[in-house]
Design a protein around this ligand. Structure first.
Ligand code: ADP
Length: 309
């Protein structure tokens, strides 16, 4: 059996007296993983200890079965890391900087240059390849950082807040690129972000961090499944309380939302069909104004966990 992509075993990191990670255990077997949590949750610290850039106080972090503390060089060849902050060599053109990185990772000079051209073309910087990176716009620098994480053909890609500071158009472009990398090129992805929508779009699995602890982990489809088969029903004015009572009497679980006219109606062991809601309303002389599927969003699951205490 091949090693998991990431295995954390009691990973504990202290900065002086401050504990940034409180002994985290987790396994990521492959595909794409979103690392979510508010600022200060410990996401970067976790990424940096996985990559061997921060020394754990206790416990271990392995990637592809390799402990970064023991085999940092091997690991850096097999993974790509896009840090949150700007990262480029001053005075170098885009293509020269990337070829340099590929050479450091063991590519012969000519191959390194070819890889640099290819990957700049892939991120849409082909025409700008001879420009100094310091003259790039924010969006271009983010795409350059992505190219730098890919140039040595890694197996796993780690991205730290890749859409930070981007306008909507650049953000859409960056998300599209990441999607192609994972879907078309089959790389495993670990994406640290505080943007739920980015994670929901790109990842199958999430780890939710808060205060240096793992608060929730699992597949996004499981986390959003709680309300699957449920319906969000809106009823005419003044009939909310009566509808609530009638739905419960008919054996549905019914929870009221906001204005008192909207309800999430579900059944423990089956899908709620719109027809039965219409029949229920008809039998009780009520008027339904809308029925929609009521899938729980990742945001609902996330807020539930973070507000749970
Ligand atoms: P996130 O990436 O989720 O925003 P970080 O891992 O950057 O979280 O930070 C977690 C906590 O650790 C924060 O409270 C931060 O201030 C603290 N921290 C991060 N890096 C250092 C450091 N080098 N020295 C001291 N404290 C740090």
């Amino acid at each position: 059996m091949s090693a998991p992509i990431i295995a954390l075993d009691g990973l504990l990191v202290r900065y002086g007296k401050f504990t940034a990670l409180h002994g985290v255990d987790a396994i990521f077997s492959g595909g794409s993983l979103g690392l979510l949590g508010p600022n200060g949750a410990g996401k970067s610290t976790m990424l940096r200890s996985i990559l061997g850039l921060v020394r754990p106080t206790a416990g271990t972090a392995q990637v592809l079965g390799v402990d970064a503390r023991k085999s940092g060089t091997e690991l850096r060849r097999r993974i790509g890391y896009m840090p949150e902050r700007d990262a480029y060599i001053g005075g170098f053109s885009a293509v020269r900087g990337l070829a340099h990185l590929a050479e450091i990772c063991g590519f012969p000079k000519d191959d390194a240059m070819l890889r640099a051209h290819d990957v700049l073309h892939f991120v849409g910087l082909g025409e700008e390849r001879y420009r100094e990176v310091s003259t790039f716009s924010t969006g271009m620098r983010q795409r350059y950082k992505l190219a730098a994480a890919l140039v040595h053909d890694p197996e796993v890609l780690f991205l730290d807040e890749p859409t930070n500071g981007l306008d909507p158009q650049s953000r859409a472009r960056m998300l599209g690129l990441i999607e192609r990398i994972t879907k078309d090129h089959g790389l495993h992805l670990v994406l640290a972000s505080h943007l739920l929508h980015d994670v929901e779009r790109l990842c199958q699995e999430v780890w939710v961090m808060e205060g240096g602890k793992m608060r929730l982990s699992g597949s996004i489809s499981d986390l959003t499944a709680a309300a699957r088969g449920a319906r969000r029903v809106t009823i005419a004015n003044d009939q909310g309380a009566a509808f609530h009572a009638a739905a419960e009497a008919a054996g549905f679980a019914c929870s009221r939302e906001g204005d008192g006219r909207s309800f999430v109606v579900h059944h423990e062991d089956r899908v709620v069909e719109p027809d039965e809601i219409f029949r229920l309303a008809q039998n009780n002389q009520m008027v339904i104004t809308s029925i929609r599927p009521a899938a729980r969003s990742l945001e609902d699951a996330f807020l539930e966990v973070l507000e749970g205490e």
